[in-house]
Design a protein around this ligand. Structure first.
Ligand code: MTE
Ligand code: MOS
Length: 776
């Protein structure tokens, strides 16, 4: 057993909690055998769908002519908003997301109609034959226009503590900044897809690549004017989701469901990459203003933030996402006096949605920029200023939303990472290098992460599981979580293996299925394992308790003398295999199936005052990144990255390592190479990998040293004391952005504050270098 295993783990079953076993499907992923929705054998008579999209950002539909579409080869049916029997809505919170545009289009790419044909090619070709007449309306395309015209999807929110204006007035120093921060496409490898099968009596079975099968079930049912009981949604796995399939998979499933209902034929809708990028939402881009007052040591005395995000045409999940921005614009720092204003701008662009970090990264970007500015202004190492502002003990440990930070391990992480990364030596080396190198400049940055774990909507923090033990001692495991590559299914199986003390191979991991576990929350907010692991553990404990009682009676020993260990059960002097005991229990008519349920304790939160304890605990980490830039071209490379990340007592260090590395690289992509670009007609012009650059293997740092914090332990009673890991590492990517800024600053005099927008593409770096040079 490795260092992460729980010390009291009995026996040594394969795949016990804490063991670094591979992802349960890794052999299928690499051999291409893993079944994604598109790989499910197509039923006889399946129809393929394609979607006709709006070409206008904001317009009334005056006329639609589908004659040519209907006459095109292979076309079976055309569907418009008028053909929807139930609710024309797939919005998760507010009913403002039409499935098919109801006479009004609000973004280029919006679904207007769907075509069913015998082949994909026939459907896609037929779509192009539609003639739609629009009457253009004035679009709002960007954040400044939205603010100026009062165009918002949800009301503006404010969170305040102390007297920020007075603190700013009194502070020894004061700086202001205006930042532009780009969005990001989820770029899951498997595009959005659904396959809907009509069942008898108008029922529907839907395979959907979704993080939220329960919501898809409800929305499909409503669109058909049916009930949840009439629709079953299943998802074995997604080829990546990253938040992009939290709410917006419903659009695809609803279209497939509606067409299947209308044609009474199986219907499959798989978006190709360009359509997927045009039609579905991304990470919110932001404009951030700050006004910060601080003392000679760089300690913040007051900060006034304005966050404005581009939500697009509807609310989607923007309320919770922007709330999380407000909750994370402190990152790791104590802000004694703070005012946070959050605008949720409505624009005639695609409705932005969840993306790993869920608004948190944007909040952190804001405070990290302010701190970087403070340090440069005071001519201090930014690390020193970061540390001076860390949440501490006593008075300096309450967040702006009144949660006490009582599990802070950042100082420990910082000390260790500073040592293992040779931060001080390399800081000196970088300075020396830059003094002698006129064209190439190096930069170094340390950034911390503190990320709150739980859904901020308290009611979502619940999960269910269903567990069957068969008479051969093997187990069928089901829970409300979904697998998107993050290893949730593996981890939950490990929890059950450990609890029942059987090898993980004896556990069948099964597809998420709304008919097995009802009303499950989305697998999101990094809480998949925390919630479903506990629910599955509870189910396993129920069965274990029944088996214990049975064994005690059968072998005439006390229940305390019944011990489950290493695929066997010991009852006093007798030992039987787990399988034997299962069979005996079955003969004795002991139920071998159980549900399990979990709801996160201790959390409470009042949204009307933005206060309480929205998070069960915090996950922590830090990164040190070093970059080199070419000041003549703006090109750069990441030379070395050191990461130390807290997973509590890791359930699976191999999987957690993958999450840390992958999350970090995805964060770097967001802040460097991934640039979304819309023209002034509201058309997204970067809708394929040819124009939108996600990180690839060659973008992995040349020297990449990632470590899981060894002494990690969750102070809260999470499953085997582990911590959530899905999202927090993404924000470690901030270190690369601030290392780039550090390198750019080396072009100017001490104390210069280079303006660098995100993403810091080579073009942006060059512009920043040129701007610094121009002021000299
Ligand atoms: N990892 C992989 N490989 N693929 C994904 O789509 N999504 C991320 C993260 N890691 C994702 C991933 C996001 S946005 C979240 S919220 C969590 O996984 C969700 O899973 P968890 O709660 O089980 O960590
Ligand atoms: Mo993750 S953005 O919470 O799906």
């Amino acid at each position: 057993m490795d260092a992460h295993a729980k010390p009291d783990a009995g026996g040594s079953v394969a795949g016990a909690a804490g063991s670094a076993i591979p992802h349960d499907s890794s052999h299928l992923h690499v051999s291409g055998e893993a079944t994604y929705t598109d790989d499910i054998p197509e039923p006889r008579g399946v129809l393929h769908l394609a979607v006709g999209m709006s070409t206008r950002p904001h317009a009334r539909i005056v006329a639609m002519d589908f004659d040519a579409v209907r006459r095109a080869p292979g076309v079976v049916e055309v569907l418009t908003a008028d053909d929807i029997p139930g609710d024309n809505n797939c919005g998760p919170v507010v009913a403002d997301d039409p499935i098919l545009a109801p006479g009004l289009v609000q973004y280029v790419g919006q679904a207007v109609f769907a075509v069913a044909a015998h082949t994909v090619e026939q459907a896609r070709k037929a779509v192009a034959l539609a003639r739609i007449e629009y009457e253009d309306l004035e679009p709002v395309l960007d954040i400044p226009t939205a603010i100026a015209t009062g165009s918002f999807v949800l009301p503006t929110e404010t969170l305040e503590r102390g007297d920020t204006a007075a603190a700013l007035d009194k502070a020894a120093h004061r700086l202001r900044g205006e930042l532009a921060l780009g969005g990001q496409d989820q770029f899951y490898l498997e595009g959005q897809i659904a396959l809907a099968l009509p069942r008898e009596d108008g029922d529907l079975f839907v395979y959907s690549s979704t993080q939220h099968p329960g919501e898809v079930q409800h929305l499909v049912a409503h669109s058909l004017r049916r009930h949840s009981k009439d629709v079953v949604v299943e998802c074995r796995r997604m080829g990546g989701a990253f938040g992009g399939k939290e709410s917006q998979a419903a659009l695809i499933a609803c279209i497939a469901g509606l067409m299947a209902d209308r044609t009474r034929k199986p219907c499959k809708l798989r978006l190709d990459r360009d359509v997927d990028m045009l039609m579905t939402g991304k990470r919110h881009d932001f404009i951030i203003h700050y006004d910060v007052g601080f003392d000679d040591n760089g300690r913040i005395e007051g900060i006034d933030f304005m966050f404005a995000s581009r939500c697009g045409m509807s609310a989607d999940l923007s309320g919770a996402i922007n709330d999380r921005t407000m909750f994370h614009c402190d990152n790791a720092y104590y802000l004694p006096n703070v005012k946070i204003l959050s605008h949720r701008c409505k624009t005639h662009t695609v409705s932005n949605t969840a993306f790993r970090g869920f608004g948190g990264p944007q909040g952190m970007f804001g405070i990290e920029y302010a701190i970087d500015d403070i340090a440069r202004y005071l001519r201090k190492d930014p690390l020193e200023v970061r540390r001076a502002n860390y949440y501490g003990v006593g008075q300096r440990n309450v967040t702006p939303y009144q949660q006490v930070v009582d599990d802070n391990i950042l100082e420990e992480i910082t000390q260790k990472l500073v040592r293992t990364s040779d931060y001080a030596e390399r800081r000196a080396e970088v300075r020396e290098f830059n003094a002698q190198s006129p064209v190439l400049k190096r930069g170094l940055a340390f950034t911390p992460v503190k990320f709150g774990i739980s859904f901020t909507a308290t009611h979502l923090n619940q999960a269910g599981a269903l567990l069957h033990v068969y008479t051969d001692g093997t187990v069928h495991l089901n829970h409300g979580g979904t697998e998107m590559g993050q290893g949730l299914f593996t981890k939950v199986a490990q929890v059950v293996a450990d609890e029942l003390q059987i090898d993980v191979e004896r556990i069948k991991i099964t597809a998420s299925d709304t008919s097995k576990v009802p009303n499950a929350s989305a697998t999101a907010a990094s809480s998949g394992t925390d919630l479903n692991g506990k629910a599955a553990q509870a189910a396993a404990q129920t069965i274990k308790a029944r088996l214990t009682r049975f064994a005690a009676e059968h072998f005439r020993v006390a229940e305390s003398a019944v011990v489950f260990r290493n695929n066997a059960v010991q009852a006093g002097d007798a030992t039987v295999s787990f399988a034997e005991l299962a069979k005996m229990a079955w003969f004795a008519r002991v139920p071998l199936s159980s549900t399990g349920f979990y709801s996160t304790p201790k959390i409470n939160y009042d949204r009307s005052t933005f206060s309480g304890r929205p998070f069960y605990y915090f996950a922590y980490g830090a990164a040190v990144s070093e970059v080199i830039i070419d000041t003549l071209t703006g090109e750069y490379r990441t030379l070395r990255v050191d990461i130390l990340h807290d997973c509590g007592r890791s359930l699976n260090p191999a999987i957690d390592m993958g999450q840390i590395e992958g999350g970090f690289i995805q964060g770097v992509g967001w802040l460097t190479s991934e640039e979304l670009w819309w023209n002034d007609q509201g058309e997204l012009k970067t809708h394929a990998p040819s124009t939108y650059k996600i990180p690839v293997c060659s973008d992995v740092p040349e020297d990449f040293r990632v470590e899981i914090l060894e002494s990690g332990l969750n102070r809260e009673d999470t499953v085997f004391r582990s911590k959530a890991v899905g999202e927090p590492p993404l924000m470690l990517g901030l270190s690369v952005f601030y290392a780039l800024r550090d390198a750019i600053a080396a072009v100017g005099p001490d104390g210069c504050l280079p303006g660098l927008r995100a993403p810091a593409t080579p073009e942006a770096v060059l512009a920043a270098v040129s701007a610094v040079r121009a002021t000299q």
